[in-house]
Design a protein around this ligand. Structure first.
Ligand code: SGN
Ligand code: CA
Length: 515
């Protein structure tokens, strides 16, 4: 017993000593800025007015951009939820952090993350909302997370003490409420780093009752490539994510056809009587109108597109409003000047381009993601960055902000130097998507340069694609193997190999060897 006590004492002294020496290397704790990272889900830049969207207004995301920087060329390394969050946490590609897909991966929380670095560097850390990494969060002083994808109405939360708690209300509002409660009771002697993980705007797009009908008077234009024929693009041809065929009338668009089918739907089952009455009062007349129209073919597909847009944008409205609540909280509590706010989505999303919803592809709409950052006193308000940045860069950027050494094995780069010096630019983006199930998108990897995109599909479809983004921004004409592109292709393949070697992507290397 005696030795045990003594051991404990020695450990305690050692910990104290090492913590003190680490803490001394840091600037005075009080001066280090707070950091809030807001990660939404499936939020398309095409639906954000700061990015020029005409579809809707997003005044609060725009507020961050106007008072800070809008990254015009922000991308993800693997366009899907869990993998993107794992990349954000670790600053490493999926093949390094181990979370390659949503189907079988479990995040190994024992590995290093920027959150752990911040916590041991004296920050208070918290993650509230969508997590989706299949293991318990580590490195957080507080967390309260949605199980899996979470629910829009009266969501359940996994709590730190192992219990599950159901909270009444609409998910975006509830997440913000929990966030403000945590901010209210945090230890004010330490800086904080908080991640707010929003569920909106993930499928199925179920708006807050306050926002129902917000866009009913708008007739949304079909994207130019809505009726894509996928000529010369085998992987795109065999996908299962079209508004026409994949999007369902009931589950997705709430046109259940019968009260029984609606009552059996998991999302509707969770609503209380008031919520259900408001939802029914909105959707039932739409159902009646649809029944009377008896639409088929293109007319039905276009009707689905309009409904999709109305539900999606109404769901995004609650997301933006709650981002505004976070910003208001900072102002009211005099935290604005010393708090950095970063907003990004876990990836981009299709709003009818190629006739699709969902994500996954290296094609622009899913590969590119919205990202804006407000950094008072450092980033000039209204800045626009044309530098290639990635979700991979969040971890090193945050460590850079907190003045904590960036571990050598982090694969991203701090975004700060390029904000100060425009000549410091990333020239090539590397991408690798692994999942091979739902929505039938073939695994693929590839690169994007300023002008071109080279893609290698494997497993489901085996082949190459090449796009000249200057003449073909919608990625319709696959130029791989076309006359006149021989030199460009050889050069891009060389660049692809360089990226694969740089990031040590052994799977991609193997695939290329086999061809
Ligand atoms: C669910 C959705 C898919 C979506 C994935 C991944 N189907 O499986 O449409 O692509 O999530 O989303 S659903 O029928 O359950 O809505 S992610 O955001 O977690 O990557
Ligand atoms: Ca997502």
């Amino acid at each position: 017993m005696k030795t045990f006590k003594l051991n404990l004492l020695v450990i305690a002294i050692l910990c104290n000593v090492s913590f003190c020496s680490f803490a001394q290397k840091q600037p005075p704790t009080a001066k280090r800025p707070n950091i809030i990272i807001i990660v939404s889900d499936d939020h398309a830049y095409q639906a954000i007015s700061a990015y020029g969207s005409k579809l809707m207004q997003t005044p609060n995301i725009d507020r961050i951009a106007k008072e800070g920087v809008r990254f015009n060329k922000a991308y993800v390394t693997n366009s899907i939820c869990g993998p993107s969050r794992a990349v954000i946490l670790t600053g490493k590609y999926s093949h390094k952090n181990g979370f390659k897909d949503n189907e079988s991966s479990v995040f190994n929380g024992d590995q290093d993350s920027f959150i752990k670095q911040l916590q041991s560097g004296g920050y208070q850390t918290a993650w509230i909302g969508k997590w989706h990494l299949e293991s318990k969060p580590q490195g957080f002083n507080f967390w309260q997370i949605l199980p899996e994808q979470g629910q829009y109405y009266n969501p359940d939360f996994n709590m730190m003490d192992g219990t599950k708690r159901r909270v009444n209300g609409y998910v975006s509002n509830v997440i913000e409420d929990v966030t403000e409660q945590w901010l209210d009771k945090r230890d004010v002697s330490k800086p904080f780093c908080l991640v707010i993980g929003h569920k909106a705007t993930h499928r199925v797009w179920l708006p807050d009752t306050a926002d129902l009908g917000s866009y009913d008077k708008v007739n949304f234009p079909l994207p130019a490539n809505f009726y894509d024929t996928f000529k010369g693009r085998e992987a795109a041809k065999i996908q299962d994510m079209s508004i026409e065929k994949t999007m369902t009338m009931g589950y997705d668009l709430k046109m259940f056809g019968s009260d029984g089918a609606e009552a059996a739907d998991g999302n509707f089952k969770r609503m209380d009587a008031t919520q259900k009455a408001a939802i029914d009062a909105y959707y039932k007349p739409i159902q009646n109108d649809l029944n009377a129209q008896k639409l088929t073919g293109k007319a039905l597909t276009e009707w689905k597109f309009q409904r999709y847009m109305r539900d999606y944008l109404s769901t995004a409205k609650s997301l933006d409003r709650n981002i505004g609540r976070t910003l208001d909280y900072l102002e009211k509590n005099k935290l604005k000047d010393n708090t950095i706010v970063i907003y990004l989505s876990d990836q981009g999303f299709y709003l009818g381009e190629h006739g699709w919803f969902d994500k996954r592809w290296i094609y622009e709409e899913s590969f590119r993601t919205p990202m804006v950052m407000r950094y008072p006193g450092v980033v000039k308000p209204g800045s626009i960055s044309e530098n290639f940045v990635m979700n991979l860069d969040i971890a090193p950027t945050v460590l850079d902000i907190a003045k904590i050494n960036i571990p050598r094995d982090i694969q991203g780069e701090s975004m700060l130097p390029a904000l100060k010096d425009r000549t410091r630019r990333r020239k090539v983006l590397y991408y690798h998507y692994y999942e091979n199930g739902e929505h039938s998108v073939s695994p693929h990897f590839g690169i994007r340069t300023e002008r071109y995109k080279l893609i290698r599909f494997y497993k489901r479809v085996n082949g190459w694609e090449l796009y000249d983004l200057k003449s073909d921004p919608h990625e319709i004409q696959n130029k791989y193997g076309a006359k006149g592109f021989e030199k460009i292709t050889a050069n891009l393949k060389k660049q692809l190999n360089t990226q694969i070697a740089k990031y040590e992507d052994l799977d991609a290397k193997e695939t290329l060897k086999k061809q």
